[in-house]
Design a binder for this molecule. Structure first.
Ligand SMILES: NC(=O)c1ccc[n+]([C@@H]2O[C@H](COP(=O)([O-])OP(=O)(O)OC[C@H]3O[C@@H](n4cnc5c(N)ncnc54)[C@H](O)[C@@H]3O)[C@@H](O)[C@H]2O)c1
Ligand SMILES: [Zn+2]
Length: 352
């Protein structure tokens, strides 16, 4: 078992626990001090793991949502809040969020809002949710066509990360989580070396179980130093400016797959801005090993236009990228939108 602690500026302590059998061995004990327990999940995850939850907790109040990003809406949030109110939860209740990043983000926001904040325990069941979304206290729903537009920073009391959940994950969801893991590798030399040394077993469940704690430790370390994205936490945006632009324009791949493409492209941009070429080629090889090949990309002028609109950018026709430079090193690069478009065009032609 490994435990990591995050304390945010409101001195709220959040603990991430990595261990097996979280539902039967960890969750019941952690819930002891709370008044009522309410479980939020999606239909897919509840069908797979609901029986284990009721075996561990006895009969428990549950609310489920249909699976998928399309349902990460204010309507789903409101129906969860209505179910919590209908169950008569008090301020000392605890909301348990069992699922991927969608369930975690909506449930975390509901816990932050209900009675101005009740306790929340995150039980992330996807690789992406374990290494990324459940750690750090960002919660949100999509609104007016913009991803994560309405949300709050709110740390869960506990995150319980158990690799046993990976056994039922489709390969595509593993690839999605690996996108964020490769991003961590681009920021942290130790994670990069582990991934490179194990390139032939990136999808092995036992390898993934082994690397989850190091990835949580890395993200927790960043969040601990900058919980509300004042500076350092922006490093986690590596590859994401380009990823978000392609995701919005194309939308046929998973978020993690776009992160792999974005990391590949931004490594290429870094190459023409003083990055270490040999290292960047190794990072790109890792992206391709997970991705399995580069798909055709949307037109550069469209991608540049959409990137300028990204909420993390400054506006005024400029694009901010967090690019990898050398092993464990990154920099923020601000480009005129026309220069960014030229780079995307050049890279796109070279890939053809
Ligand atoms: N809060 C943050 O800091 C943060 C960071 C990154 C991503 N996110 C958010 O996370 C979301 C993506 O998360 P995700 O990739 O986990 O997606 P998801 O929650 O939609 O889960 C993906 C699919 O896997 C299914 N699933 C979940 N666990 C399973 C299991 N153990 N076995 C079989 N199927 C399972 C789900 O039902 C769903 O169909 C996005 O909304 C994104 O915005 C948030
Ligand atoms: Zn991401």
């Amino acid at each position: 078992m490994r435990t990591f602690t995050i304390t945010d500026r409101r001195t709220k302590v959040s603990r991430v626990i990595c261990r097996r059998q979280v539902l039967s061995k960890a969750l019941p004990a952690l819930l002891q001090g709370y008044g009522e327990v309410f479980v939020f999940s999606d239909e897919t995850v509840w069908n797979l793991y609901g029986r284990l939850v009721t075996r561990a907790l006895g009969s428990v109040k549950v609310h489920t949502m249909p699976a998928g990003e399309a349902h990460k809406t204010p309507e789903t949030l409101l129906s969860l809040l209505a179910a919590m109110a209908g169950a008569g939860l008090h301020r000392n209740a605890c909301l348990v969020c069992l699922g991927g990043g969608v369930v975690g983000d909506i449930g975390g926001l509901a816990a932050a809002l209900y009675m101005r904040g009740i306790a929340c325990i995150q039980v992330p069941t996807t690789l992406l949710a374990q290494v990324d979304s459940s750690v750090g206290g960002k919660t949100a729903v999509d609104f007016c066509g913009v991803k994560n537009l309405v949300g709050a920073f709110s740390q869960p009391a506990y995150v319980l990360a158990d690799p046993a959940f990976f056994a039922t994950l489709p390969a595509r969801e593993l690839r999605c989580g690996l996108g964020e893991i490769v991003k961590h590798g681009a920021l942290c030399a130790q994670i990069f070396d582990t991934l490179e040394q194990n390139r032939d077993k990136l999808f092995d469940l036992s390898f993934l179980a082994d690397i989850v704690p190091a990835n949580i430790a890395f993200k927790a370390g960043v969040v601990r130093r900058d919980a509300e994205e004042g500076g350092l936490r922006k490093c986690l945006n590596l590859g994401h400016t380009t990823a978000h632009a392609y995701e919005l324009l194309d939308g046929t791949l998973s978020h993690g797959e776009y992160v792999l493409i974005g990391t590949f492209i931004e490594a290429e941009i870094a190459r023409s801005h003083g990055g270490d070429g040999a290292y960047l080629s190794r990072l790109q090889a890792l992206c391709l090993a997970v991705l399995g090949g580069m798909p055709s990309l949307p037109p550069p002028e469209e991608a540049a236009r959409v990137a300028c609109l990204d909420k993390k950018n400054t506006g005024r026709g400029r694009v901010v990228l967090t690019v990898p430079m050398s092993k464990g090193e990154y920099r923020l690069l601000e480009l005129e939108s026309t220069a960014y478009e030229r780079e995307l065009g050049r890279i796109g032609r070279a890939l053809c």
